[in-house]
Design a binder for this molecule. Structure first.
Ligand code: APR
Ligand code: ZN
Length: 264
């Protein structure tokens, strides 16, 4: 079937207020593993879901801390991919014409920012924003050395907070069951409510409440578009489901819609 129907290209060409919700899949082509694929290498015997919880951190702080430092080092060692860059270019294109493209991401990486995008909010926090369990102070730490030598066999203990001197640091991400940053969540909801096009990229649509954000588009019949190689929990609500990797499909969509000149 035609992956890029004319009506979709017209929607993209005419959109002025675009709301984007991105998930781990948009960073997959940069080499950042998604959450529900099997982990490989050093951490293959752990599943992300088992490590990304308060219980896991309390049971074994060093293991969970080390896993996040490993992911942070990995993220810092990779580059944004053409999917991130196409969204940044589209955002600049719309801003130049007094339109707006808002990106709310479930990702804790900074690849949207490193591609040049303004990000409206990180719904699940940011991997570099470590914070103290006791006083809540945020700590920025030196870049973790990523040479693959951070195996779970000899995990590093979470450092002690230098602000209060007693608390232990934890990753600045939102774990299952924890509250999302409400300002980011409300801003994301408002961006969807006021959009004339909603683009959902690289998310399985499993984790609530982030996964419900695109459904706010149904209130006003705003067109919903998904970019994902596979079906998701949200596919049934989509007006268009573009089946492919975001690194390939977003540039293709924007070029075909005439929003961006196709850069080869
Ligand atoms: N381009 C676009 N999508 C892709 C690509 C790609 N190249 N590769 C994989 N995907 C899709 C997968 O098909 C899947 O639908 O990305 C999605 C990744 O789903 P998850 O791993 O569940 O990631 P996400 O939806 O972001 O998870 C949400 O769950 O684990 C928590 O807090 C964590 O933010 C995360 C949240
Ligand atoms: Zn502290």
């Amino acid at each position: 079937a035609d992956q890029l129907p004319r009506e979709l290209l017209d929607l993209i060409a005419e959109a002025r207020y675009v709301a984007v919700l991105s998930g781990a899949g948009i960073s997959a082509e940069s080499g950042v593993p998604t959450f529900r694929e099997v982990q490989t290498g050093l951490w293959e015997r752990f599943s992300a879901q088992d490590l990304a919880t308060v219980e896991a951190y309390e049971a074994d702080p060093a293991l969970v801390w080390t896993w996040y430092r490993w992911r942070q080092a990995l993220i810092e060692a990779v580059e944004p991919n053409p999917g991130h860059r196409a969204l940044a270019a589209w955002q600049q294109h719309l801003a130049a014409g007094s339109g707006r493209l808002s990106i709310s991401t479930q990702n804790v990486d900074d690849l949207h920012e490193r591609a040049g995008s303004e990000v409206l909010g990180h719904l699940h926090g940011a991997i570099a924003a470590h914070r103290c369990l006791d006083c809540g102070a945020e700590a920025t730490l030196p870049r973790p050395e990523y040479d693959g030598s951070v195996p779970p066999q000899n995990p590093e203990e979470p450092p002690t907070c230098t602000a209060c001197g007693t608390g232990r640091l934890r990753p600045g991400v939102v774990w299952f069951g924890e509250m999302l940053p409400m300002d980011a969540f409300e801003a994301a909801a408002e961006s969807v409510r006021t959009a004339d096009l909603v683009l959902v990229v690289g998310t399985s649509g499993i984790v609530q409440p982030a996964a419900s954000l695109p459904l706010l588009a149904l209130e006003r019949g705003t067109p919903l578009v998904e970019v994902n190689p596979e079906d998701t929990e949200l596919t049934e609500y989509m007006d268009y489901a573009v089946r492919g990797g975001s690194g390939q499909m977003i540039p293709r969509l924007l070029a075909a819609a005439g929003v961006l000149e196709s850069n080869g």
